[in-house]
Write a protein that binds this ligand. Structure first.
Ligand code: AMP
Length: 301
């Protein structure tokens, strides 16, 4: 375990790549193989990844670590998955069971609960990553929002593809006319905030502070009171260099299909060809609405 902090000039990306190579070689990193499909709904081309069932069984067998690790895999974390100390408060770890290459986690160094509010320090650590790596940051706020671990963690997926939902977000005139928070023509309760001009020559702490203010405004727009001691409803949060989106959640899954923040980016995961067929029948937008909150009664969608 290293105590040294990543400096602004240190290259996080090369550390992510180097740690990935080493963790693959040691077996610490256990990527999950998938097949990709496209399902179009509401002019959005959703990417659906189908998990190879054999690979899934093998992962389940090998993930049996010691009881304390099962309880909290991030404290202590696996040394082989350690990438860097992002700040005095946050560490960067590789996601052990990654579906997408170089998926990493931004984890509090001391224990904090995933149920707590995100803080300026959480956003400053995310800003350190996004300043250097063009990616999708996200946070699954609560088990009903798709979180599987109780120790507070944001996540980041470096972008090699475009984000399907960005087609709606960037479609004129929505983002161009939006100031702090706006609604897009989507059937589930959400809010989007543009992040124009945020990333140039600003310290991580200053960017983190602005991101935190936008987050609070989006929470308010979802009916989640940021002055409360804890969030009183589950939510997903998605952050790129260009926008932040928050979505109110009601259920972790619908008809057995789990959804986390990535679903609202337009990336869904299914466990069998039957589930893929079921998803085609339901339609991705209806799925996202069923596990979120409908803006209109469901029978009028
Ligand atoms: P979430 O499911 O959104 O709470 O994200 C937690 C992530 O932690 C999952 O995507 C898991 O793949 C990942 N994970 C589980 N165990 C470990 C571990 N020992 N080290 C690093 N990542 C892990």
């Amino acid at each position: 375990m290293s105590d040294s902090l990543l400096s602004p000039s240190d290259a996080l990306w090369s550390r992510v790549c180097q740690t990935t190579r080493q963790a693959l070689a040691s077996g610490a990193l256990q990527p999950i193989e998938t097949q990709r499909f496209e399902v179009i709904d509401g002019q959005i081309a959703f990417t659906v990844r189908l998990i190879d069932s054999l690979a899934r069984k093998e992962k389940a067998q090998h993930s049996g670590a010691s009881p304390s690790k099962v309880d909290n895999p991030f404290l202590p974390y696996e040394q082989d998955l350690f990438v860097a100390n992002l700040s005095a408060t946050h560490v960067c770890l590789l996601n052990k069971f990654n579906v997408v290459d170089h998926h990493f986690l931004i984890v509090t160094r001391e224990y904090a609960s995933q149920q707590e509010w995100l803080t300026p320090a959480d956003f400053a650590a995310l800003a350190r990553c996004l300043q250097e790596i063009n990616g999708l940051g996200f946070f699954n706020g609560g088990t009903a929002a798709g979180a599987s671990q109780h120790h507070k963690h944001l996540q980041l997926i470096p972008l090699s593809d475009t984000i399907p939902m960005a087609d709606v977000i960037h479609h004129p005139p929505f983002l161009a006319q939006c100031e702090a928070s706006c609604q897009l023509p989507l059937p589930f309760r959400h809010g989007v905030s543009p992040l124009r001009g945020l990333w140039t020559n600003q310290a991580d702490a200053a960017v983190g502070q602005t991101l935190h203010e936008r987050y609070r405004a989006l929470m308010t727009s979802l009916g989640i009171d940021p002055a409360a001691a804890q969030p009183n409803a589950p939510y997903n949060l998605l952050i790129t260099r260009e926008w932040m989106m928050a979505v109110r959640r009601s259920h972790p899954s619908y008809q057995g299909i789990n959804v986390n923040s990535l679903g609202y980016a337009g990336w869904l995961l299914v466990k069998s060809t039957e589930q893929l067929e079921q998803l085609r029948q339901i339609g991705p937008l209806t799925l996202l609405t069923q596990v979120g909150l409908p803006v209109k009664p469901l029978d009028q969608l």
